[in-house]
Design a protein around this ligand. Structure first.
Ligand SMILES: Cc1cc2nc3c(=O)[nH]c(=O)nc-3n(C[C@H](O)[C@H](O)[C@H](O)COP(=O)(O)O)c2cc1C
Length: 279
């Protein structure tokens, strides 16, 4: 039987939701897949896991038409393909991103994988701060509506994987131009915005959640406050999940009506699921 693994990174939960839905759709088609949040893995774990796997699926949120650094590093360190291993890429996004999944797919092609599917899923936006007002995140029925719209695409991707059919999006010139334009700015944007993170000490209750959930261990307790290091990839997990909205990205974000934090893809979403494996 064909063995498949899903490796995903998710900052605020959307990509986790799609990875889960895909795993369920594959199972419904008698195609067993295990999914792993890459935050929980060591390179040794991965080497052991991929040895006898036929198909590998990578999922991540779009950051300016590319993947988060965490996922790019993971793929850079990923072993080269042996025999006839194939790969799919899916990305979650708020609106549009051009060729993101295909762009990252090319990294896998270089590693010898046969790229079979690329897919984008529209999910709730998590990126709405004073300098980048995409559109306001909503934590209500609109999240479910996006899920309902995504599900047929998840099913389509699962079918294509099960039947080994090629389904590549993002290969045309328009997608490439949009993607390339966004990619040429994103590193500077991340660098600039990550320097604006600070703690609102009038609201912080010193619970330590931000330090505990940061995927790059970039937040450290310092006396009775927290300091941000230089390793932020702008996943916005700390910003969205702080129970007191005490993490600010610019003074304007004190106003929670104008800058609501995205709380994740389900009403009872628990951020800890991203730090566990979902087998
Ligand atoms: C730094 C950053 C950059 C983003 N860039 C884009 C983008 O270029 N296009 C887009 O449609 N969404 C963009 N988004 C929105 C996210 O891709 C989207 O909300 C995603 O589903 C979040 O997934 P997650 O909850 O798994 O982290 C961006 C979000 C962040 C934090």
């Amino acid at each position: 039987m064909k063995k498949t693994i899903i490796y995903y990174f998710s900052g605020t939960g959307n990509t986790w939701w799609i990875a889960n839905a895909l795993q369920q759709q594959l199972a419904a088609q008698n195609h067993q897949a295990q999914s792993y949040s890459i935050e929980t893995l060591t390179p040794e774990n991965v080497l052991e896991q991929v040895k006898d796997v036929n198909h590998i699926i990578f999922g991540f949120p779009v950051y300016g038409s590319t993947a988060p650094k965490f996922m790019i590093n993971f793929i850079n360190q990923f072993p080269n393909a042996t025999n006839d291993q194939s790969a799919s890429i899916f990305a979650t996004q708020a609106l549009a991103s051009g060729d993101t999944a295909y762009h990252i797919g090319k990294m896998l092609i270089q590693k010898g994988y046969s790229l079979k599917q690329t897919m984008h899923f529209r999910m709730m936006n998590n990126f709405h701060i004073p300098k980048f007002r995409f559109y306001r995140p909503k934590n209500d029925y609109r999240v479910d509506k996006l899920h309902q719209k995504s599900l047929p695409k998840v099913k389509k991707l699962a079918l294509a994987i099960t039947n080994n059919q090629e389904h590549i999006i993002g290969k045309n010139i328009i997608d490439y131009l949009l993607g390339n334009f966004q990619r040429s700015h994103i590193d500077k944007v991340i660098d600039m915005i990550s320097k604006e993170f600070k703690i609102d000490s009038t609201h912080c209750v010193n619970c330590g959640k931000c330090e505990r959930i940061c995927p790059t261990q970039n937040i450290k307790k310092c006396g009775d406050t927290y300091k941000f290091g230089d390793n932020c990839m702008l996943c916005l997990r700390c910003y969205c999940q702080c129970p007191k909205s005490a993490i600010l990205i610019g003074e304007g974000t004190k106003n929670e009506i104008k800058y609501p934090r995205y709380k994740g893809p389900e009403k009872y979403f628990d951020i800890n699921v991203l730090m566990k494996n979902n087998r």
